[in-house]
Design a protein around this ligand. Structure first.
Ligand code: PLP
Length: 421
């Protein structure tokens, strides 16, 4: 049993370099986070060796008595966290959680209604070359000129097309959705309402965002974004019949053996999410996003053509609008990379620039809040970002800002207890 460095020095070196990258830069990709060491430990455990097709107490393999404990704890904690009657913790990812729900409740060719990808929706909500776009007849709703989901359009499209499922949820949207109205529309046209809370689940768990579970027929999520756990997916419902259909769509419908090591890590992250430290972290996440939005709405930014979609944020991310700026999304992403801040460029609604360039940035605060950042640090970061997007940015300025980023990163060491491989 040799160490990773002995068995595979090339992989060990790449992983060490990745850890150094995470340590020395400021991670602001809105869908990323840092899982705690306890989660990494569970995921790197011997549970990776175990086959456990089936569900706790109903397995198709022997020797499942301990992974049954693991999976049952994950299920029970997830139900408690989101006040749900039934939970499935086996989907390998968020996309697979959504696939399982579609397989459980829809037939090929059925109509679905989701938020347009270019307006903040996810690939699995009906993008043309995603399986969701190929398997189903997709209709898309949009955001209005204020950047808010146009609920009147949702209602009109639902009445016109009578979809079998309405999907509420997003990958790039800075506000809360009106789950009650979504459900009323779904009920009126006899559709299922699926809420995909992948991005904002951590805020829900902390009580800082409305819980969609009581309103949706089915709620899906990832576990690795604001929730701060291992990469993976989950499905929740309060309906016993739907729960049965979903379980059988996940296994044997779509997956084979569950990843019990990942499920162990999910269980740990759900326990962490029940604590006061987690609530405080989500509060700082929201505060950080608001400080960033406020900074980017100041006159110096407005003069440079920089703005913020919907005029602010209620969640963990800010969508920067560069449609009126000389700087495009690609250049802005590169500039921020140069100073050590990682973000992703993002199309804005009705984007005048091509998809590989875009006119927007999506900037999120969950990973830095996990690292320990509070209002003072987020205010500094907001100012560094503003200076990086300003018209007078040059290599000299970049060097100074990079120094500030490194100092902030050093103040909040990441994984200090982990030795390099
Ligand atoms: N749903 C939403 C809203 C997402 O933003 C994402 C990820 O970006 C997913 C689903 C898919 O999750 P995964 O990348 O784990 O498949």
């Amino acid at each position: 049993n040799q160490s990773l460095a002995e068995v595979d020095p090339e992989i060990a070196e790449a992983l060490d370099a990745e850890r150094d990258r995470q340590e020395s830069t400021l991670e602001m990709i809105a869908s990323e986070n840092f899982a705690p060491v306890a989660v990494l430990d569970a995921q790197g455990s011997v549970a990776t060796n175990k086959y456990a097709e089936g569900y706790p107490g109903r397995r198709y393999y022997g020797g499942c008595e301990h992974v049954d404990v693991v999976e049952q704890l994950a299920i029970d904690r997830l139900k408690e966290l989101f006040d749900a009657g039934y939970a499935n913790v086996q989907p390998h990812s968020g996309a697979q959680a959504n696939t399982a729900v579609f397989f459980a409740l829809l037939q090929p060719g059925d109509k679905i209604l989701g938020l347009d990808l270019a307006h903040g929706g996810h690939l699995t909500h009906g993008m043309r070359i995603n399986y969701s776009g190929k398997m189903f007849e997709v209709h898309a709703y949009h955001v209005d000129e204020d950047g808010l989901v146009d609920m009147d359009e949702v209602e009109a499209l639902a009445r016109e097309h009578q979809p079998k499922m309405i999907i509420a949820g997003w990958s790039a949207y800075p506000r809360q959705l009106d789950f009650e109205r979504f459900r009323a529309i779904a009920d009126e046209v006899g559709a299922y309402l699926m809420v995909d809370m992948a991005h904002f689940a951590g805020l829900v768990a902390a009580g800082l965002h409305p819980n969609p579970v009581p309103h949706a027929h089915v709620t899906t999520s990832t576990t690795h974004k604001t929730l701060g756990g291992p990469r993976g997916g989950v499905i929740l419902t309060n309906d016993a019949d739907l729960a049965k259909k979903i379980n059988s769509a996940v296994f044997p419908g779509m997956q084979g053996g569950p990843l019990e090591h990942v499920i162990a890590a999910k269980a740990v992250s759900f326990k962490v999410a029940m604590g006061d430290e987690f609530k405080d972290r989500q509060r700082r996440t929201l505060e950080g996003a608001q400080l960033l939005a406020d900074r980017l709405l100041k006159p110096d930014m407005t003069e440079a053509g920089v703005s913020v979609l919907s005029g602010g944020t209620d969640v963990h991310l800010v969508l920067v609008d560069l449609a009126k700026s000389e700087l495009d999304g690609k250049q802005a992403e590169d500039r921020l990379h140069q100073v050590g801040i990682t973000v992703n460029r993002n199309a804005v609604p009705n984007d005048p620039r091509p998809p590989m360039v875009t006119s927007g940035l999506r900037i999120g605060t969950p990973a830095l809040a996990t690292r320990g950042f509070g209002p003072d640090e987020f205010a500094q970061v907001a100012d560094i970002i503003a200076q990086t997007l300003a018209p007078d940015f040059d290599d000299d300025k970049a060097a100074v800002l990079r120094g500030q980023v490194e100092a902030l990163a050093k103040q909040f060491p990441l994984y200090p207890s982990l030795a390099h491989a």
